[in-house]
Design a protein around this ligand. Sequence first.
Ligand code: PEP
Ligand code: MG
Length: 309
Amino acid sequence: ERETALAEADRPAVTVDGQTVAVFANVGSVQDAVDARGADGSGLVRTEVLFGDRRQAPSVEEQVEVFRAVAAAFGGKPITIRTWDIGGDKPLPFLPQDAEANPFLGERGIRVFRRRPEPLRDQLRAICQVAAETPVQVMFPMVTTAEEVAWALEELGKVGTSSWGVKVGIMIEVPAAALRISSLADGLDFVSIGTNDLTQYTTAADRGNSAVAGLADGLDPAVLQLIDRVVRGVPDGVEVAVCGDLASDPDAAVLLAGLGIHELSAVGPQVPLIKARLRRADLSVASVKAAEALKQRSASEVRKLAHEL
Ligand code: PEP
Ligand code: MG
């Protein structure tokens, strides 16, 4: 099965009823990008991983070079560069943070840069420079309020005219952001749902703690209801993607497509399998099942249902 999927990796994922679902790859290194077979580009470049081994902050030029290499590995297909997503479980040696009692509820993602915007500004300069050469989108993580979106756009604007052509989006990974999607996403090009953190914050279960792993399940109907709310509430013309790990599970990928999501970003090795699974799916059936999934009592009930798709 894996062999057939690999052989057909470069064909688009067109479902039985003729709908195309774009399947991108999540990457944290240039090698990940080189290895990503059949991806339509990258829906998530984790920059804090890309530069995670540095002792010193990379210069704008160094960042440009690495982003260029990632884009080249995808043969010029679009890549979505996420700005530094540090904090929580992800420290960066060159951006030290104050000790916090609850790091996952503290200065994470975009919150870090309100007090010291310079590292973010450098990164935006690098992203805009590469965007002049190849299709690049910029994505801000851990957004909670519309005020933060306005601030991020203002920072991007400060980079100057080079920021004009860049598509801009945010991650939806905080329940409050999902609940007020219509105001939050107003004026953006896209949003991408981070199911790892959205699940963690919806279920109040640490994503890295195996003792509560049973609670932190992305197929929990409560999480799916938030995803559904995002799809339905997003302003016209704003694309909705999913880049959390839920998109790397073939059955869940079909369920997400059934909820109306036509852009998925998965871990590289899963991309051909996700595409193969989608080609066997009928989205008119999947959308009926997805509506049923929202009403199930537990993640395991949803999992059973998704498997029958
Ligand atoms: C997520 O939270 O789902 C996500 C894609 O971001 P990360 O896993 O890097 O926090
Ligand atoms: Mg996240």
